[in-house]
Design a protein around this ligand. Structure first.
Ligand SMILES: [Zn+2]
Length: 317
């Protein structure tokens, strides 16, 4: 039997057929066009699922065990209802029920970061560990918590929003409305913001020259590249950024003490060296003196964003 996984993202809906080992056999995407009516979006999602099953020569009823959907928002996984998603503007949107108008097989939904965490814990970086956390660092910071091999959802399915714990009282404005959230310092958006400020202050810097003086061209990779080439201003930015990332992780470790935290999202593209630098600070500053094998490790996620598709097929009621 196969399973169908869907990544229901703000920009794309991607569906894939996944085998029992967690391998994606075929996948296809369509634009989400999120400002449309909910019913129309789900109708397209269902047609996408039906299309790729037919394309792969399978029968939805006979060959596909279930459809798992990883969604951007808070999901009641018992009912398949998207309780709330600020970016979609949905409240109590019955995703599973709406899908069942088009397919007869079971449909299970969960938050996308939870699906990511589940996939990593089954076949990725945190495989074999019982209590783990995945934190995705990109334009925002999110994550999923695995306790005793299962997703921890929280009372209203909103657990894992690591990006919105405050690390600096009255600090930088966060998109959530509060100030000083971890995401306002450790997201890639925050890194770009700080790099732009530094570049404008120091037009002699490589940081400024690498974007030809047009700070709109600054990406999260630019300061890493400039620092590697020896730019002191970029080094300063990266040093501070590494500390901010570590600071949030230390708080998470002090509260939950998981066996490992794996970092995913855009920042994964920077590479293992960055993760090692973060790990070193986390290891030094975490509360408590424990043996080496009893200390939380910071790892890099093995899987890319397709982990949401894979993890969605590993959901169960
Ligand atoms: Zn926030």
């Amino acid at each position: 039997m196969y399973r169908l996984g869907v990544n229901f993202d703000l920009t794309y809906i991607t569906a894939g057929i996944v085998d029992e080992t967690g391998k994606i056999l075929i996948k296809e995407s369509i634009p989400t066009l999120k400002y449309r009516k909910f019913d129309d979006i789900i109708k397209d999602m269902a047609h996408l699922c039906i299309r790729i099953v037919n394309k792969y020569g399978l029968d939805m009823d006979k060959d596909i065990e279930l459809i798992g959907i990883g969604c951007y928002g808070s999901i009641d996984w018992h009912t398949g209802v998207m309780i709330y998603s600020s970016y979609f503007g949905f409240r109590n949107a019955p995703i599973a029920d709406e899908m069942k108008k088009y397919v007869k097989i079971p449909v299970i939904c969960d938050n996308d970061a939870n699906c990511y965490a589940l996939a990593e814990s089954r076949i990725g970086a945190t495989k074999g560990l019982k209590n783990t956390i995945i934190i995705t660092i990109g334009t925002a910071i999110s994550g999923g918590i695995i306790i005793d091999n299962n997703i921890y959802h929280g009372m209203a399915y909103g657990a894992g929003e690591f990006g919105h714990h405050v690390i600096i009282f009255g600090g930088e404005q966060c998109e959530c409305g509060r100030k000083g959230c971890w995401a306002a310092y450790a997201s890639t958006n925050a890194l770009v913001r700080d790099s732009r400020i530094m570049a404008v202050r120091h037009p002699e810097s490589m940081l400024f020259k690498m974007v030809n003086g047009d700070i709109r061209l600054m990406s999260f990779r630019t300061p890493f590249e400039a620092a590697k080439k020896g730019d002191i201003y970029a080094k300063e930015i990266i040093e501070a950024y590494t500390k901010y990332v570590a600071l949030g992780l230390i708080n998470v470790v002090n509260v939950l003490q998981p066996e490992a935290i794996a970092i995913g999202g855009k920042i994964r593209k920077i590479g293992q060296e960055f993760i090692n630098d973060v790990n070193k600070i986390v290891d030094e500053k975490t509360f408590g003196q424990y043996e080496d094998d009893k200390r939380t490790k910071v790892l890099m996620c093995d899987l890319d964003y397709d982990a949401v598709i894979i993890g969605a097929t590993m959901l169960k009621h």
